[in-house]
Ligand binder design. Structure first.
Ligand code: BG6
Length: 518
């Protein structure tokens, strides 16, 4: 983080009383009920996000936080554990929550509202007691956050519904926040939607895709629709192809048994990568009103040509420079055929995008961590520069960098200095940190705040979830088992993924590049 950005952050972290930033108002008073109080998500992301919102003055003073979990514990024990892990993350330079000074007041405002509530997630008795507690607290507005394993989503929604806790009364709201994975194919996603919508109205359901909580992802719409230069070329007439990459260096990080049920494709593609695709490909909405934005994104998912087995390549990391192979991870079968890498070719069949391939790839244990979207423009129409054939010109590529770099790059051609007219490729780079103080942000702040305000723009609607799964269902239930190709841990993925693009006369963008060189 550049020094001036860090100073601004530290200034925020040391101020005693919080006033919301200009133009922002605190969320309305509400009770937050977190199912999965003892889980990793609560500790690692929800509490740091609540802290950041508190430090920014964006939470109401009247916000009890009830943490539901199985197993008896004292509230003080839960509070101490959360305080300790918050301090640990704050001190960890590698953590997104890293800060040189924790604002104790901001954390105390949260800590004093914590209340541990022992209860099984699928027992009537839990919900009867919870109902009584909410009545004692006189909570009209309640957000139920399901930070639990997916198998509890439907049972918790059903129990909340049957106990009458999702009924909105006296102008209050009752909202249900559901984490990923939302189903693991079309049929299971439809069944989950049916179970939830039997007890809650769609307007009460906030399905999270944490990629949409990233500023760099939200900025895709700002870049596209707040600048005059992009939209005229943002179409099939000028764009050759789009590459969307979410490459990770980490392995499955102790989540072997979860991953054995999921795989890279289900974990990342129809959700996170499709969300990026939706932001890049959607038509301009008439306003930033939630339904206008969500309608336009839904149209993109609806226009995706269903993927077939020839449109995807699966890989699994084997022992390589970055360490042991996937099959050596704890909780993974020695003969596992689960993919840790997936690449796909996707076509959006509409007037704007017909014929333009969107290449998506994601994988664990790759050369570099890099989430980005590269939009490659078509070649210029004819050879003008002596000794520089058109196909030797570097194509214009506009890249939106999501993580860990935050910004954009544009690759274009200029004259090389000297007496002869020769063309050379250059890169123009924009980094967020050069212009804005980087904010302490773990990615859940906006999502939590929006949910409390009742703004569902950044959440998934039932129909979009289902159209996204429908687009990939043939790959998830193939007639013949799909091959899974090995790649060395620490490499750029399996060679077969290169062939997917080579068939179309294209190549993946390198995962590592020299600084500021196209
Ligand atoms: C999660 C996946 O949803 O997203 C993980 O389950 C993945 O496997 C993670 O590592 C990536 O998110 P981010 O924000 O770290 O890029």
């Amino acid at each position: 983080m550049p020094n001036d950005a860090k100073d601004a952050n530290d200034a925020k972290n040391s101020k005693d009383t919080a006033a919301p930033p200009a133009g922002k108002r605190p969320a309305p008073p509400c009770t937050l009920v977190i199912f999965g109080a003892g889980g990793d998500l609560t500790r690692r992301l929800l509490m740091p996000a609540l802290y950041n919102l508190s430090a920014d003055g964006l939470l109401d003073d009247d916000m009890p936080i009830i943490g539901v979990n199985h197993g008896e514990r004292e509230t003080s024990e839960w509070r101490d554990e959360l305080t300790a892990s918050l301090r640990k993350f704050a001190a960890d330079k590698a953590s997104t929550f890293h800060t040189s000074k924790l604002n104790e007041d901001a954390w105390n405002r949260i800590a004093q509202k914590l209340e541990y509530f022992a209860g099984e997630f699928a027992e009537d008795e839990t919900f009867a007691r919870l109902g009584k507690r909410l009545a004692e607290l006189k909570s009209r507005n309640v957000v139920f956050y399901l930070a639990v394993s997916a198998r509890f989503f439907a049972p918790i929604a059903e129990h909340l519904g049957r106990a009458g806790l999702l009924k909105e009364e006296n102008g209050g709201f009752r909202r249900l926040v559901i984490e990923k994975p939302f189903g693991n194919d079309l049929a299971s996603a439809q069944a989950l939607n049916r179970s939830i919508l039997a007890y809650a109205d769609e307007s009460q359901v906030y399905r999270i895709d944490h990629f949409l909580g990233k500023d760099t992802v939200q900025s895709i719409l700002a870049v596209r629709f707040a600048n005059a230069m992009f939209e005229p070329v943002w179409r099939r007439e000028f764009i050759d192809s789009v590459q969307i990459t979410a490459a990770e260096t980490i392995g499955v990080e102790g989540r072997g048994s979860f991953y054995e049920q999921t795989g890279a494709f289900r974990d990342m593609l129809p959700n996170h990568l499709f969300q990026l695709l939706g932001m890049v490909a959607m038509e301009p909405p008439n306003s930033f009103d939630a339904e206008s934005v969500r309608d336009k994104k839904a149209e993109v998912f609806d226009a995706i040509q269903p993927l077939g087995p020839n449109d995807v390549v699966f890989g699994q990391y084997e022992t390589g420079p970055a360490g042991p192979g996937y099959r050596d991870e704890p909780g993974v079968a020695k003969d596992s055929r689960i993919e840790t890498y997936a690449a796909a070719r996707v076509y959006v069949e509409n007037w704007r995008w017909a014929g333009v391939p969107f290449y998506l790839r994601t994988g664990k244990r790759l050369t570099e961590r890099r989430t980005e979207i590269s939009v490659q423009l078509k070649a210029v129409p004819f050879r003008l520069f002596r000794d520089t054939p058109v196909d030797a010109l570097t194509p214009n590529v506009y890249t939106l960098r999501i993580d860990p770099a935050h910004g954009t790059t544009f690759d274009f051609n200029v004259k090389v200095p000297g007496p002869v007219m020769q063309v050379g490729a250059v890169r123009s780079t924009f980094d967020y940190g050069d212009f804005f103080a980087e904010r302490a942000n773990v990615g859940y702040e906006t999502l939590l705040y929006d949910c409390m305000l009742g703004d569902p723009t950044l959440f998934q609607r039932a129909d979009s979830i289902e159209t996204a799964w429908a687009a990939v269902d043939r790959v998830l239930h193939p007639e013949a088992e799909l091959p899974v190709h090995g790649y060395a841990a620490g490499s750029a993925g399996p060679e077969e993924a290169d062939r997917l693009l080579a068939e179309d006369g294209r190549a993946w963008r390198p995962l590592t590049d020299a600084k500021n060189k196209p």
